[in-house]
Design a protein around this ligand. Structure first.
Ligand code: SF4
Length: 296
């Protein structure tokens, strides 16, 4: 089998899997929130979510009807033998998974208003690239971005004189304004940078990090905790019906700012946070550290 076909088959199989099975850290976070929940109505919503997860696996059906737009972040070692074929392989994998999983076709060509029918199209699937010198492995971060959750994020550039204190109210406002449409409990990704696009990208990368992880900078890690506590205090509860918590966690990814700018972006993952990473060695053996049930 050609290396192209190996990647196509593995990624299509992985897309199928993550549309039906949540990553280990999300299951762990939902289990913790359900154990801590005091509100009876909220407990019954959590029970429904866990039943939903069981049925998705048992029946081989997607966890949610909105299987999203497929987004990839490729971290490719410069010496990986398949480096030139990855982009085309990912596109073919999306077409294959759309047919076989199946995934709902969600790509509308803008202005033409035509659903392409296979989740590809102009600029789709989304692929962000990092080429890593001195490495020969390949990691593909996969995200099924739903129309109610991570796609309608928001970004704004503040004046640095307003201080880092602007981040918490900005995130809290967005959670109360947009969070209910995103099927809570939410996973909140906050991106900090110098411009709208760096902050927005950082907020997406924050959603690709494990829920249990912390930012390496202790000041930022403290802000992650503070935001989590403040957002939980609002008590949005599962599906927005009220409860002991609002979020599974808050991750922040930050890069430098310009002396005159402080850009902040917020993206949400929903309870059905379908993201994962599939890793290949140079011989294209693969595994997933986010989904232990995807054993090869
Ligand atoms: S927010 Fe998540 S669970 Fe709710 S409809 Fe969208 S993808 Fe499905």
């Amino acid at each position: 089998m050609s290396s192209n076909q190996k990647i196509v088959n593995a990624v299509a199989e992985y897309l199928d899997h993550i549309s039906k099975v949540l990553p280990d850290d999300v299951v762990k976070a939902l289990t913790r929130l359900r154990a801590e929940e005091k509100n009876k109505a909220a407990l019954s919503v959590y029970d429904t979510m866990f039943r939903n997860m069981e049925l998705a696996e048992e029946l081989g059906k997607p966890l949610c009807q909105d299987t999203g737009i497929v987004q990839f972040k490729v971290v490719c070692g410069q010496d990986h033998p398949a480096i030139g074929e990855i982009g085309e392989s990912l596109k073919e994998a999306v077409i294959k998974a759309t047919k076989e999983a199946p995934l709902r076709p969600n790509c509308i060509e803008t202005f033409d208003e035509i659903n392409t029918g296979d989740n590809t199209g102009t600029g789709a699937p989304t692929i962000w690239w990092d080429i890593e010198p001195g490495r020969s492995d390949l990691e593909i971060y996969v995200y099924l971005a739903g129309g109610g959750c991570s796609l309608p994020g928001i970004a704004k550039v503040f004046m640095p004189g307003q201080g880092y204190e602007v981040i918490a109210p900005f995130a809290a406002e967005r959670v109360t304004e947009m969070g209910l449409n995103a099927c809570p409990p939410l996973f909140v990704g906050v991106g900090i940078g110098n411009s709208i696009e760096t902050a927005a990208m950082n907020s997406k990368l924050a959603l690709m990090r494990d829920i249990d992880s912390s930012n390496d900078n202790p000041n930022v890690a403290a802000l992650e905790k503070e935001l989590e506590e403040k957002l939980n205090y609002i008590g949005i509860g599962p599906q927005g019906l009220g409860g002991s918590s609002s979020v599974m966690g808050v991750n922040i990814v930050n890069t430098v700012r310009h002396p005159a700018t402080l850009a902040v972006a917020v993206s949400f993952g929903c309870w059905c946070h379908r993201r994962g990473v599939i890793s290949f060695d140079k011989d294209l053996n693969y595994s997933s550290k986010t989904h232990t049930k995807f054993a090869k």
